[in-house]
Design a protein around this ligand. Structure first.
Ligand SMILES: Cc1cc2nc3c(=O)[nH]c(=O)nc-3n(C[C@H](O)[C@H](O)[C@H](O)COP(=O)(O)O)c2cc1C
Length: 294
């Protein structure tokens, strides 16, 4: 089946699936496999401390894949930036944006805090700028600043929690009414039903974070992956993870962990999502050879 959405059309990817940003493991080896599996692999710039190592990583990525990929800039909010000596704020990343553009990168994601100057730089060079946020207000604000798409992270997602955050269902269905630009659903998605549900709710693609942490290519230790696949979904701490910002315990994972049962290659993870989604569509009576949300 051919998958067609506003995001597959904008980016040239085969399936409407986008890799999350990952502090620590969001590097070329992992991202290239995501791109080669038909999605949009993302290198997280936060993981590189000098222009030189960032440039080398881009070179490695270009050697590893010829499929589309993107770069994420996770922006430290001003309060956090004040507390560190070398804050990774918008200014910090401006050289990285130039290096990526010089290396032919066309797709960029920003997250964690507003990044209008990065967005402007990307647009001036003809690139695409996707912004990731957790609330509808921030999504509207990023659209007004000119973002080309929004990733909205629901309460189920890993990472930054905002007290005003909604669930993925509320986020995406409402965003569909409020925004004009394409929407990428994030938070708690880890199987074909979640993937199809997100598209039905109005998303043009989904973003995978936790769900790909136990893939063979993810750079976390094998012991983490083993804990992840053993996550007991009836453990009371697992429920708390949704609501309690302070729960940093790495032995408890976010809701998408409940879907992961084995350590498999990224290509199988994405392949399974797509083939299971196609089976579900067939079981609903869908007979077409193309699935389009355009
Ligand atoms: C280990 C880990 C590290 C992450 N690091 C970042 C980061 O540096 N910047 C960012 O914007 N999001 C980060 N995220 C969030 C993901 O990019 C994505 O938005 C989120 O995982 C989606 O929710 P899910 O985990 O339910 O799929 C991280 C997620 C995980 C699991």
């Amino acid at each position: 089946m051919k998958w067609k959405t506003k995001i597959t059309q904008l980016t040239g990817i085969k399936y409407p699936v986008i890799m999350g940003a990952f502090a620590g493991v969001g590097r070329a080896n992992f991202a290239a496999k995501f791109s080669d599996s038909g999605g949009l692999g993302i290198i997280t710039a936060l993981n590189f401390n000098t222009n030189g190592v960032f440039r080398e990583e881009l070179q490695l990525m270009k050697n590893l894949t010829n499929r589309p990929f993107g770069i994420n800039f996770s922006i430290m909010p001003p309060e956090t930036a004040k507390r560190v000596s070398n804050p990774k704020n918008e200014k910090y990343y401006l050289d990285f944006v130039d290096i990526a553009l010089d290396n032919g990168v066309k797709i960029f994601t920003t997250s964690a805090y507003q990044a209008p100057n990065i967005g402007k730089k990307i647009h001036k060079a003809g690139g695409l700028w996707f912004h990731k946020c957790t609330t509808l207000k921030h999504a509207q604000s990023a659209e007004n600043m000119g973002a080309d798409a929004i990733t909205l992270v629901g309460l189920e997602g890993t990472g930054f929690k905002n007290p005003l955050q909604n669930t993925t269902l509320v986020n995406i269905t409402m965003a569909k009414r409020l925004l004009k630009i394409p929407i990428i659903a994030a938070g708690g998605i880890g199987d074909a039903r979640g993937f199809l549900a997100a598209l039905a709710m109005g998303a043009d693609a989904v973003c995978f974070g936790t769900a790909i942490m136990a893939t063979e290519e993810c750079g976390v230790p094998q012991s983490y992956k083993k804990k992840l696949i053993k996550q007991d979904i009836f453990d009371p701490e697992y429920y708390k993870k949704i609501f309690h910002f302070q729960l940093k315990d790495k032995t408890i994972w976010s809701p998408a962990a409940g879907h992961i049962k084995e350590i498999i290659p990224l290509k199988s993870f994405i392949g399974n999502i797509i083939s299971d989604a196609e089976k579900i569509l067939r079981s609903w009576g869908y007979r077409g050879e193309e699935f389009s949300t355009l």
